[in-house]
Design a protein around this ligand. Structure first.
Ligand SMILES: [Zn+2]
Length: 91
């Protein structure tokens, strides 16, 4: 029988998203993986889990992540020259 390898550690509070793809498999990790690059913090964990009020233009419910970076899969891609079509979110 396989042993249950249950950690007592709480889940990590790093919620890492890739700025080039939509992967969300690095949500609630304990530390930034070494193979991601250009990782920067965008908000705190507490902010990331906070409810966003309707009409709040400074926060988005889509911003579930605390950090954004470039994942290993996307690092192999050429630097993006795509137009950011949804960049215009009203500054
Ligand atoms: Zn990626």
């Amino acid at each position: 029988m396989a042993m249950k390898n249950k950690s007592r550690l709480p889940p990590g509070r790093i919620r890492l998203a890739c700025r080039r793809c939509d992967r969300d498999d690095h949500d609630m990790i304990a530390k930034i993986p070494a193979d991601w690059s250009d990782v920067e913090r965008v908000q705190t964990y507490r902010e990331s889990i906070a409810d966003v009020a309707p009409g709040d233009i400074e926060h988005s419910i889509l911003d579930w992540f605390t950090h954004v970076g470039c994942c290993p899969a996307c690092r192999h891609l050429a630097p993006s020259t795509k137009h950011d079509e949804d960049y215009d979110e009203g500054f």
